[in-house]
Design a protein around this ligand. Structure first.
Ligand SMILES: Cc1cc2nc3c(=O)[nH]c(=O)nc-3n(C[C@H](O)[C@H](O)[C@H](O)COP(=O)(O)OP(=O)(O)OC[C@H]3O[C@@H](n4cnc5c(N)ncnc54)[C@H](O)[C@@H]3O)c2cc1C
Length: 457
């Protein structure tokens, strides 16, 4: 095989890597992607897409349970896990085919195999050397564990959880962040007894505190147990399952322990340090143009410190392609990237929490209002409670929106426009929200902050 040269060589074909490639070819660049597993990466094969498919199955199960409430005579006979898996896998397969076709149609060259950075302009894949005027590192992340906690048998991460061909009766989940609470939501809807162990004082602790508290009440109501401020001390396994011990001396017996304690960067032994790239605890250090300490080498996605989200990776990928293309692009900073937890209830937010806004702008400069979904007709119809909270600067723009309730993920598109366009509540409150929709709750919040509430008290 001959060595080949491109304008850009991308190492890793996940959300971030393929976004670089797609935007770069639009700008007339020749691009190669090196991928050791499957194009689409974690998000498509082991993350966003398969988990959301399972959450949809979970939602359908709960809707059937609640059907009588809406006058529909239906009965949940059970969960067919093989059916859930094939529903999920078919969606992933279709999207995989789609992205493969797109990459091929755009003339992006794929190289299968484990790539290694061998200099600022070369990536080695097997016997082949690929040279790029620029190289973009996009090798993604893996599910972390705790020191001494081995992932084996019935101690699993999200990766094995997606492969399970049985439904656990009792599950312990270590970590009450987004991945932990999403699996808790699925398994509870499938009939399992679930206990979440979280070392911090709250579930979904990165969110606005009032949202975390409502989330905990909702989980309690769903019969999901959780231990907050609880520190894991060890786990044993035997024929009856796992026995998880906490520093308090408590033990939780379950069929499975899901370890959901965060994700680490995939950067070891890939030649990064040898090429002179500065690293920080395994993450790749970049400047505000996403360039590494080696000129011409960029990094995108989960290996860059900050939020680990697919749409952040896409944004960074587009940004780097445009930066290399000389377009001087702009980037939305992490704080203003929308975040969603797709559990039941959902949590969706963008921008500063009230506490963080006060810290940044000063206590007396910040104003907020929280509107209860109890006053929203559509929320009543779809059977959800929750709230929409907005944080604004006094006589200034909205700097944060924080929502909880079924389907609020669909509202975050508007919320992020408001925050990123630095809209004032006075601007938004003049615009219409169709009735009855949950968007009206966002409209009411803006009306109240503009001093002209219609339904808000
Ligand atoms: C269970 C779960 C649920 C999630 N849900 C969501 C969600 O709902 N929304 C959301 O926004 N985010 C979600 N995420 C996060 C999201 O998946 C990641 O942020 C995203 O995949 C990061 O993209 P990336 O391109 O940086 O890395 P990855 O998607 O991890 O891609 C990196 C790619 O590089 C390849 N690679 C690595 N090393 C090499 C090498 N040496 N040579 C060749 N190829 C290599 C890998 O095989 C992989 O395909 C979820 C993650 C998990 C685990």
């Amino acid at each position: 095989m001959s060595d080949q040269s491109f304008d850009i060589v991308v190492l890793g074909g996940g959300s971030a890597g393929y976004a670089v490639a797609l935007r770069a070819v639009q700008l007339g660049k020749t691009v190669a992607i090196v991928e050791k597993d499957k194009l689409g990466g974690t998000c498509l094969h082991r993350g966003c897409v398969p988990t959301k498919a399972m959450l949809h199955s979970a939602e359908v199960a709960d809707e059937v349970r609640a059907a009588g409430h809406a006058g529909v005579d239906a009965e949940l006979k059970g969960i067919d896990i093989a059916g859930v898996s094939s529903f999920r896998d078919n969606i992933v397969a279709k999207k995989f085919k789609g992205i493969q076709g797109l990459i091929k149609a755009k003339g992006i060259e794929m190289f299968a195999g484990e790539g290694k950075l061998t200099s600022a302009t070369t990536v080695q894949v097997g016997a082949q050397t690929l040279t790029g005027k620029n190289v973009v590192l996009a090798t993604g992340s893996y599910a972390k564990s705790l020191p001494g906690l081995e992932i084996t048998g019935n101690v699993i991460t999200s990766e094995q959880a997606l492969q399970l061909d049985w439904i656990p009766k009792r599950v312990a989940i270590l970590g009450g962040g987004v991945i932990g609470v999403e699996f808790a939501s699925v398994w509870r809807a499938f009939g399992a007894e679930v206990t979440i162990i979280e070392g911090l004082p709250h579930l979904v602790a990165n969110e606005e505190e009032s949202v975390s508290k409502q989330f905990e009440r909702a989980y309690k109501k769903r019969g999901i147990d959780f231990k907050l401020g609880a520190r894991f001390s060890g786990v044993t396994q035997d024929d009856s399952g796992v026995h998880v011990s906490l520093e308090t001396g408590d033990t939780i017996d379950a069929d499975l322990l899901l370890v959901a304690v965060g994700r680490g960067p995939v950067t070891a032994n890939l030649g990064y340090e040898e090429a002179g790239i500065e690293m920080d605890r395994g993450f790749v250090t970049v400047n505000d143009r996403l360039e590494t300490s080696v000129k011409g080498v960029y990094a995108v996605g989960d290996i860059v410190p900050g939020l680990q989200l697919a749409h952040r990776g896409y944004q960074q990928g587009i940004f780097v392609a445009e930066e290399i293309g000389g377009l001087n692009p702009r980037m939305v900073e992490d704080i203003n990237i929308p975040k969603v937890t797709y559990s039941d209830p959902e949590v969706a937010s963008v921008g500063y929490s009230e506490a963080k806004a006060k810290e940044k702008f000063g206590d007396d400069k910040v104003e907020s209002y929280e509107y209860s979904l109890g006053g929203n007709a559509k929320s009543e119809i779809v059977g959800t409670t929750g709230s929409v909270k907005a944080v604004r600067l006094k006589d200034g723009p909205v700097v944060g929106v924080h929502m909880i309730g079924r389907r609020v993920s669909e509202l975050v598109g508007e919320a992020q426009l408001i925050v990123n366009w630095e809209a004032y509540p006075e601007d938004v409150s003049q615009l219409l929200h169709a009735h009855p929709t949950q968007h009206e709750a966002l409209g009411e919040t803006m009306l109240k902050l503009a001093g002209t509430p219609l339904h808000a008290i």
